[in-house]
Design a protein around this ligand. Structure first.
Ligand SMILES: [Zn+2]
Length: 207
């Protein structure tokens, strides 16, 4: 398996069940909202030869916010980040490199916020994680690629009986025409996100 999929709240229309797909092999991340069409993708900086530009961060192991979440059975589909966080186990300051290596493949290594309510950074991915001990403190050194500016797009959806099209691709007129003609009319909708509000141009949406 190469990705984690969770539901997150849409940044644009606040729909609670937007999809967030994080491929931890390639580092690509995609957020998509089936209600307003909002799409956010993340990729990483590369040099002229196509290699990732890397950066190294140091996190002090505080026995609270740095730790791991054991992977779930097979396909790790969870409703929310809170659900993932219920399985969170903080690292002890006595952790050794061998221990880190042994859990590396079976867990998501993460940094949470101070309240342990959200994942701030996924540290499992990429090549280089080291335990460093210095002045009776323990650090996790994490080397990772530098994110490129994220791309955001999508201001509307045309849903034709379950198949989703971006409103931008079809245009409002064509979207309405197709939705009205669709043989799955009752499961079709057209939305448009304008001036900070989601307008339903055709059909009905949940929530
Ligand atoms: Zn949305």
């Amino acid at each position: 398996m190469g990705s984690v999929q969770i539901c997150i709240e849409c940044e644009q229309c606040s729909y609670e069940f937007a999809m967030d797909d994080y491929n931890y092999r390639t580092g690509e991340r995609l957020t998509f909202c089936p209600r307003c069409g909002y799409k956010k993708s993340y990729t990483y900086e590369t040099d002229e030869s196509g290699n990732f530009v890397m950066k190294t961060d140091l996190y002090e192991i505080d026995e609270k916010t740095i730790g791991y979440i054991p992977k779930g059975p097979s396909f790790d589909y969870v409703k929310s980040e809170m659900e993932l966080l219920k399985r969170f186990c903080p690292f002890s300051r006595n952790i050794t490199q061998e221990e880190l290596n042994s859990i590396d493949k079976k867990a998501y290594i993460v940094k949470t916020d101070s309240k342990k309510e959200a994942i701030e950074v996924y540290l499992s991915f990429w090549y280089n994680r080291k335990i460093i001990k210095e002045d009776s403190k323990t650090f996790l050194q994490h080397t990772h690629p530098v994110p490129r500016q994220e791309e955001k797009q999508g201001h509307g959806i045309c849903c034709l009986g379950g198949a989703l099209y971006y409103l931008e691709d079809l245009g409002v007129e064509k979207a309405l025409e197709l939705a009205k003609e669709s043989e799955y009319k009752e499961h079709s909708y057209v939305t448009q996100f304008r001036d900070g509000k989601l307008e339903v141009l055709y059909g009905e949406i949940e929530g």
